[in-house]
Write a protein that binds this ligand. Structure first.
Ligand code: DGT
Ligand code: CA
Ligand code: CA
Ligand code: ZN
Length: 566
């Protein structure tokens, strides 16, 4: 971890600990705010001359940052941590279990780790405590399950930048010929258990050793001539394997999986009298393929299959018939259709976002801020919304790219109505509607009702799930997709790393109804715009083609279709 990441962690932990200790909310919030500010800095913290100029950083916190940069620790933090039982800080990551509840459980039952927490939850005296109703306890139990299961896996978006930088690191060695990640990472699964990296080299010897010099390693497990294994600072395990060139295709195929896909492939090979291993395809003892994946699939009389759809869900049957769809590609996207600016809870000005979007080569971006009732996310009053409209119009007068689409992420209120009146919605170029409350209810009727509004273009993060911390809400997706298709409402594939929503199985279902999709990052900072790749990977997992996705269109066509809807 670098200084910035360490500081973010320390301040967040200080806030948790203070809340646990019963400190006044104002002090708790101060540390959380500081953590958020630091997290979003795009330069090194030590390069900043006057820390106090940053939002949420006052005299006291600036001093602590300096202390940390000079000594590597913060005295005050250690003092606070020493007052909290060990293990409690870890329990604070459990969804539905905040520091206050933990303080109560600690006081009443001596809760200090998972074991004592589980015991306390089945104590009959629990019900007599204020705020510990049946629902709450049920939620904490679910939270524990999610916490335990997500501990073993990592969010794809959380490890994506680290793995990319590891790959760059490996490419920098003069002996490296070719590097590729395999496993669930290459398949763009929303969570990954470990990372499998394959390498071919120009000459034998040094690469595995070099791989263990990657700066973000906590512990090296194995370092042999053809394989290294290590644990990164965040706990993620990485295996690097050096593969002989003539076997690289077979190794890529084997280590990419999925396991189910591989098993099916082997069965087909066996029926043809062939044997596949991670080294190649063999007829009797003779190797007949293995240098490339195309060659391997070829001798099995099928098309090459994109990694994202190797799940044994019908792709092998299609490949045998030569009917694998041409999936949407990573450079097909012409713009990001869901970005928050600092009008609501984003961190950047529209102009800053525009400049970053230009660097990405986008033709357009849609700035979609929250609507008025979403107070905690600084939802825009009508007045602010119209001011934003004016600013965007001014920016667009320059007639350079990217064009800025005046968008809004408008809440679907509990009764299914929208959070701005129609005469306002009418003026917004792109309206993406979303549910931000009532996750425990069945949301079918509410969403169907929202689809009756003629100004809605798309449904954002349709299921509301947060990977590893919040389940999708209940809804009848057949009913929703049927009506969305009728009303020509698009489904968003929200590329924000915790969402990736719609997810592949529902993408496939929606597509059967003839629905179109949009991909948006829901970025709240311009350094999150790379997540569009996660969205495209997810779309590929859902078997989508370029034509299925609205924001593969050029600007003119997009503007025409946005207008046509009203
Ligand atoms: P993960 O790491 O849990 O997110 O998922 P994967 O898919 O990366 O699985 P991993 O790392 O255990 O193994 C990498 C690949 O190796 C896997 O996708 C397919 C292949 N593989 C692993 N075990 C088996 C097996 O028992 N049979 C076959 N045919 N292939 C396997
Ligand atoms: Ca893996
Ligand atoms: Ca593995
Ligand atoms: Zn949202």
């Amino acid at each position: 971890m670098n200084n910035k990441e360490k500081l973010v962690q320390i301040f967040n932990r200080m806030a948790d600990a203070l809340e646990f200790l019963g400190e006044i909310p104002f002090k708790v919030q101060a540390y959380r705010k500081a953590a958020r500010t630091i997290e979003n800095l795009d330069k090194d913290i030590s390069e900043i001359e006057d820390l106090r100029k940053l939002p949420g950083i006052g005299e006291g916190i600036a001093k602590k940052i300096k202390e940390f940069l000079e000594t590597g620790k913060i005295k005050k933090a250690e003092e606070i941590f020493s007052k909290v039982p060990e293990g409690i800080l870890d329990l604070m990551h459990i969804p539905s279990l905040g520091p206050k509840t933990l303080a109560l459980l600690n006081k009443e039952f001596g809760v200090k780790d998972i074991e004592s927490l589980k015991k306390a939850l089945s104590n009959p005296r629990l019900k007599t405590l204020s705020g510990m109703g049946e629902k709450k306890v049920e939620n904490i139990k679910k939270g524990i399950e999610l916490f335990l299961s997500s501990k073993e896996r990592y969010l794809l978006g959380e490890v994506y930048p680290i793995v990319k930088s590891l790959i760059e690191f490996l490419k920098n060695h003069p002996d490296t010929e070719f590097v590729i990640p395999a496993g669930s990472f290459r398949r763009f699964k929303e969570t990954v258990g470990d990372i499998d990296i394959l390498v071919t080299t120009k000459k034998e010897g040094n690469l595995t050793h070099y791989s263990t010099e990657f700066p973000k390693i906590k512990r090296v497990l194995v370092c042999g001539p053809t394989k290294s294994s290590f644990i990164l600072e965040n706990g993620l395990q990485v295996d690097v394997r050096v593969i002989p060139s003539e076997s690289m295709g077979a190794a890529m195929q084997y280590f990419t999986g999925s396991k189910q896909h591989n098993i099916h492939l082997r069965r087909i090979a066996r029926d043809m009298g062939l044997k596949i291993s991670e080294y190649g395809v063999f007829k009797d003892e003779k190797m007949i393929a293995g240098k490339t994946e195309e060659e391997l699939y070829g001798v099995l009389k099928m098309q090459w299959i994109p990694p994202e759809i190797r799940e044994d869900e019908g792709e092998i049957e299609l490949a045998l018939k030569g009917e694998i769809p041409l999936l949407i590609d990573f450079n097909d996207i012409k713009g990001d259709l869901h970005i928050h600016s600092n009008y609501s809870d984003g961190q950047n000005t529209i102009l800053e976002i525009k400049e970053k979007a230009r660097e990405r080569g986008y033709e357009y971006i849609a700035i979609c801020d929250h609507s008025q009732s979403l107070k905690y996310a600084k939802g825009l009053s009508i007045e602010r919304l119209l001011k934003k409209k004016e600013e965007i119009e001014k920016l667009n007068q320059k007639e350079d790219l990217p064009y800025i689409i005046f968008g809004a992420e408008v809440d679907i209120l509990p009764d299914g109505s929208l959070d701005y009146p129609d005469e306002i919605l009418k003026q917004i170029d792109y309206v993406v509607a979303s549910v931000h409350t009532g996750f425990k209810k069945d949301n079918t009727e509410r969403i169907l009702k929202a689809f009756d509004n003629p100004y809605v273009h798309a449904l954002s993060h349709p299921t509301g799930r947060l990977i590893g911390s919040r389940e999708s809400y209940t809804a009848d997706w057949d009913k929703i997709f049927k009506k969305a298709a009728e009303k020509e409402i698009w489904m968003e594939i929200n590329a924000y790393y915790e969402r990736l929503d719609l997810y592949p199985s529902l993408i496939k279902k929606a597509k059967k109804y003839g629905i179109k999709f949009v991909i948006g990052t829901d970025a709240h900072h311009y350094n999150q715009m790379w997540m569009i790749e996660l969205g495209i990977g997810t779309a590929r997992r859902g078997w989508l083609k370029k034509d299925d996705v609205i924001n593969t269109m050029g600007l003119k066509e997009l503007l025409r279709i946005l207008k046509r809807r009203v």
